[in-house]
Design a protein around this ligand. Structure first.
Ligand code: SAM
Length: 466
């Protein structure tokens, strides 16, 4: 029993950089040093695999008193080692209670990674998964600087500029101190994954915005010309708002709404740092913003990026497999709110173009919301086919769904994302964009379905945050 506690203490010491495994093992004056050393080394070797299994089995959530390092040692013994030695003390029955689940999660991991032996998991664990390979995207804030100046600054700091990338492959193979311009977005710099620029003076001064490429698409596709009036319906913390402001060149107006006072406070700081002066912030439920209010009569553009399950977020994708999946109940509530917000946005009388986006991978929050809103709009709006060369499209659940964009680490080297661009059919010349018209979606003729849809919309009384 003391063996497991000692091994856990050594592992913790190694992690906290208190010394090498050997030094810490010998420092403990444990009776059977060889046994302790072997157990620590083996547990350490399988560390990533053990973390994944422990997390997906929910062991630490269920056993609050069990410390993570001890859990790792015990699970190693149970699943990969020689089984518990001696009586195993009080920890043996505790971990044994979770034995079936732990074994099942290990088996699932092997199936997921298409390997049959435990050792084969080691090789894969040392290779980073797709979410860890997503490059660091940096949007140049054109309200404060320009791409050329930012590039020169990085060059002076010893980074090597490789020009504009011509393919995703260029981004995938980026290494060391090399950086590129994105092949699609004009003001997006790309650095190797794990490049940390949070302390960089240009970021601190608001000249750079650290923003994933997929999250830059909504403002780019909304494309409001300078002077336009824009609503950002669910705006905090404001990265997309600041992008819209940059496209407007601070000329025109952004009405930005959010319910969350704390997020709005950080948004105000972000916008001030980014030099945004055309934005009016309001702590307000977008659903309560009246489309007939005279203040919004010139609003031709709406960005709707509502609260969602966040199942596409990179941080979520790094968690245990399956952890990204929201419960059915939560999805239902979220989709209800998203649909109400989208239908509400489409009632603004001057609206010409709207971008709907989420960082969710779930069809219920994406294609289903867009399809229902188009049906509700009785043919007034259509989906716009955007970025024809974008490789990942909406799920083909209704005619035209392929006009929507999806994004993921595997297909686009970004976080998971969904975007739909809607445009009013009788497009006035001032807000007209050039894409071909999309297919029509008419409202469902069966009264039964209409009733169900209304119920879904009304059902979302809670508004989950992101
Ligand atoms: C996905 S986040 C928006 C991120 C933001 N667009 C950006 O790029 O930084 C969704 C936001 O919607 C806000 N929200 C949720 N329900 C809302 C409502 N009824 N009206 C306005 N904002 C709402 C949340 O507080 C949250 O800040």
């Amino acid at each position: 029993m003391a063996l497991y506690v000692a091994a856990a203490a050594v592992l913790e010491g190694v992690e906290n950089r208190q010394g090498s495994i050997k030094g810490l093992v010998y420092g403990r004056r444990f009776q059977n040093v060889k046994q302790l050393y072997a157990l620590v080394c083996e547990t350490q070797r399988y560390s990533v695999v053990l973390d994944a299994v422990i997390a997906s089995a929910g062991l630490l959530r269920a056993e609050k008193k069990l410390r993570p390092h001890l859990a790792k040692v015990l699970v190693y013994e149970l699943l990969l080692g020689r089984g518990f030695r001696g009586s195993g003390g009080r920890w043996k029955p505790l971990v044994a209670r979770h034995q079936a689940r732990l074994k099942a999660e290990l088996a699932r991991l092997k199936v997921h990674r298409s390997v049959s032996r435990n050792e084969d998991l080691l090789e894969l664990a040392s290779r980073p998964g797709p979410a860890l390979q997503v490059p660091r995207f940096v949007r140049v804030n054109t309200l404060k600087t320009c791409s050329d100046d930012a590039i020169d600054y990085f060059k002076r700091q010893g980074f090597s500029y490789q020009g504009r990338a011509s393919s995703l492959e260029d981004l995938r193979t980026l290494k060391g101190k090399h950086f590129l311009l994105d092949p699609l977005l004009p003001e997006l710099l790309v650095f190797p994954a794990q490049t940390d620029l949070h302390e960089h003076p240009l970021y601190q001064a608001g000249h750079l915005i650290l923003q994933d490429k997929a999250s830059c698409l909504p403002a780019m596709l909304l494309a409001p010309p300078p002077g336009s009036h824009v609503i950002d319906a669910c705006a905090a913390p404001g990265n997309k708002t600041s992008h819209v402001a940059a496209l407007l060149k601070n000329q025109g107006k952004i009405f930005a709404f959010d319910l969350d006072a704390k997020r709005l406070a950080s948004m105000a700081t972000l916008l001030a740092r980014a030099g945004v002066s055309c934005c009016e912030l309001a702590e307000k439920d977008f659903l309560a913003v009246s489309p007939s209010d005279q203040r919004y009569r010139q609003v031709q553009y709406i960005l709707l990026d509502p609260s969602c399950s966040g199942s596409g977020m990179l941080t979520r994708q790094l968690e245990e497999p399956g952890a990204c999946a929201p419960s059915k109940k939560r999805l239902h509530a979220l989709a209800g709110f998203q649909q109400r917000a989208l239908c509400h946005a489409l009632t603004f009388s001057s609206l010409q173009r709207l971008v709907y986006s989420t960082c969710s991978l779930c069809q219920e929050e994406n294609e289903d919301v867009v399809r229902n809103a188009l049906q509700n709009s009785a043919g007034t709006f259509r989906l716009v086919p955007v970025l024809p060369s974008w490789p990942h499209r909406g799920l083909g659940t209704f005619p035209g769904a392929e006009y929507c964009l999806r994004a993921s680490p595997e297909t686009t080297l970004t976080g998971g994302f969904f975007i739909a661009v809607l445009e009013r059919k009788e497009v006035s010349s001032s807000a007209s964009h050039t894409e071909a018209p999309g297919p029509e979606l008419t409202a469902s003729p069966t009264p039964k379905r209409k009733k169900k849809r209304r119920k879904l919309v009304a059902g979302a009384s809670t508004l989950p945050g992101t």
